[in-house]
Design a binder for this molecule. Structure first.
Ligand code: AHM
Ligand code: MG
Length: 356
């Protein structure tokens, strides 16, 4: 029999290979108490959802009935794709019989979904966008899932979910899954931002970066410039500024998670401002902009509507939208400075000439 010469602590790569997501949550909380166990178990279930979605995406072009539209239109008025439906169901299925999550609210469901068998003890709500960047689905480009966890407040016996209409500082955890060349899961429970990469040979998410920090400035600006004609003049001012100065470069992939991921690691700014057609922008607060704002603040960056921190916005309905300016502190501040300047000019114009 071969001798075992080295204990695992002397093989650093082994320690790293064993730092799975659920173990990392427990390490972060420095506890094995019931709350820590719950959060660790929830993250483990989200990881399972990510693996199921990742598996289906990786074979989508080979299977019948995976790609394309269902023919339905969702509560947002957007055409639903088959993968949207599948991924939405995956998140529900992984939490059945878990005793963890009583209620799920997603982009694809008009109203929150209750898992009655969990509700007597499940004290959490999962908010999620099952497939973010759906326009990338049929062309095999990167996609994402976004999630946030909130404590369920009260019994919500009437099913109105009014306790969800609170600001993003009520989130106890948030994260996303990036389905790219590899599948990554990035999360925060309010103790820094950490990324994990799915090792297909193990079927586990393994720690890849701890305590990610976003640079205070970056060269990237990420925005759909096709909307230029329907932006407020202040956003056009900013875009004209970056067009006319050295040191900026554009990157836009059409899938928020991928665009955000780049900025989280490399700095810069992502914008989805209000437009003529959608004055509050396209992105939804509870399961898109607020979770990413939670991560960005944890990484030392900022997230703003232009006039308010995203995490302070209180939604008036579950599917409320918010403009988004997110990324490096200096770059977000620069976009805001153009917004403030135009607002100041407007306020001056509105004053009677005697006051001016
Ligand atoms: P989706 O969740 O329905 O896919 O919509 C959100 C997506 C984001 O991923 C992305 O940033 C944005 O919509 C792109 O919108 P546009 O095509 O208007 O640039
Ligand atoms: Mg989305």
């Amino acid at each position: 029999m071969a001798d075992i010469k080295e204990p695992s602590s002397q093989v650093p790569s082994l320690d790293r290979d064993c730092t799975t997501l659920s173990r990392h949550v427990l390490q972060q909380l420095q506890s094995f108490g019931p709350d820590a166990q719950d959060l660790s178990a929830i993250m483990n279930r989200i990881a399972l959802a990510a693996k199921l979605i990742s598996r289906r995406l990786s074979r989508a072009g080979l299977l019948e009935g995976v790609l394309g539209f269902t023919g339905e239109v969702n509560v947002q008025g957007e055409s639903v794709k088959k993968m949207d439906v599948y991924a939405n169901e995956v998140f529900i299925s992984v939490f059945k019989q878990s005793g963890l999550v009583c209620r799920l609210a997603s982009e694809e469901m008009d109203k929150p979904y209750y898992i009655p068998e969990n509700c007597p003890i499940g004290r959490y709500t999962l908010l999620y966008d099952p497939i973010d960047g759906s326009s990338n689905l049929d062309i095999n480009l990167n996609l994402g899932s976004i999630f946030a966890i909130r404590q369920q407040e009260g019994n919500d016996e009437d099913g109105e979910a009014l306790d969800l209409l609170q600001n993003g500082r009520k989130q106890i955890a948030a994260g996303y899954v990036l389905y790219g060349p590899s599948t990554m899961l990035v999360y925060s429970i309010g103790k820094g931002v950490h990324s994990f990469t799915l090792d297909p040979s193990l079927g586990e998410f393994i720690l890849s970066s701890e305590n990610i920090t976003t640079p205070t400035h970056g060269s990237i600006y990420s925005v759909n410039e096709g909307n230029f004609w329907q932006w407020d003049e202040s956003i056009r001012d900013y875009i004209r500024y970056v067009h006319r100065h050295e040191g900026y470069t554009a990157r836009y992939g059409g899938a928020l998670v991928g665009d955000f991921h780049r900025i989280l690691f490399q700095g810069g700014v992502f914008l989805y401002p209000g437009t003529l057609k959608k004055p509050e922008g396209k992105l939804r607060l509870l399961y898109e902009t607020a979770p990413l704002a939670f991560l960005m603040e944890q990484a030392g960056g900022r997230a703003s509507t232009g006039t308010q921190d995203i995490l302070d916005v209180v939604p008036d309905k579950i599917h409320a939208r918010s403009p988004l300016i997110i990324g490096s502190t200096e770059d977000v501040a620069m976009v805001e400075s153009f917004i403030h300047e135009r607002a100041r000019e407007e306020a001056l114009k509105a004053q009677p000439s005697a006051v001016r």
